[in-house]
Write a new protein. Structure first.
Ligand code: SF4
Length: 201
């Protein structure tokens, strides 16, 4: 299928980077393909993906079994943020993908994905909401995927990771923690939720 709904993106991309469903119940969801992803045709193929792979491996989560997707499937020129129209167009495709292969846990990577799922770009606010909900899976389970009102309620936990570029992960968040520490906590929580539901060893 060749999608040309976004005139600029469809002209500039090397290829559409399709989402990949995992087998362990976890979906990593980023913003848009970058240069490496655009060439490889795979989400999280670049250096930031390596960081995520390492983090998951520390928690015993297999990268090959983990689903990967992005809000927008085509690389924006000069890696600019996708426009509202582009996000809206591609969210319909993401909705279809999530309906076909619903994950148990979504780890959003970066502000755009967090904003779409939580309605706020403020990661620390999202983290606080997640912390309050995290102690019992039943509470987390009540989190709903909101794709601009299009996606029906899906029982799955949604956690947030900061943008995984090293420049961001080395900085301190407003609460004094390094973003890398926050990322480790979130991945550890994802692993725990998957274990509780028998998806991970
Ligand atoms: S970003 Fe999504 S909606 Fe836009 S052209 Fe690419 S595949 Fe189609």
């Amino acid at each position: 299928m060749t999608c040309i709904q976004c005139p600029v993106l469809s002209r500039c991309r090397t290829q559409i980077v399709y989402p990949r469903a995992g087998t362990n119940g976890l979906l990593m969801l980023g913003e848009a393909p970058g240069a490496e992803e655009d060439l490889a045709g795979e989400n999280f193929a670049g250096p930031s993906g390596q960081k995520l792979r390492d983090l998951l491996a520390e928690q015993g989560i297999c990268w090959a079994e983990t689903g990967r997707a992005s809000i927008v499937r085509c690389r924006p020129p000069w890696d600019r943020p996708p426009s509202g129209e582009e996000v809206q167009a591609c969210l319909l495709l993401l909705e279809e993908f999530l309906r076909a292969a619903p994950p148990r846990v979504i780890l959003t990577v970066g502000c755009l994905a967090a904003r779409i799922f939580w309605g706020s770009p403020r990661l620390l606010v999202n983290l606080e909401r997640m912390r309050r909900a995290a102690p019992r899976y039943r509470d987390v389970e009540r989190a709903h995927v909101h794709l601009r009102g299009l996606l029906a309620k899906t029982p799955c936990a949604i956690l947030v990771l900061p943008d995984s570029r090293p420049t961001v992960w080395n900085r301190r968040a407003p609460n004094g923690q390094r973003w890398s520490e926050i990322g480790q906590e979130q991945v550890a929580l994802a692993a725990r939720l998957l274990r509780e539901h028998g998806d991970c060893p």
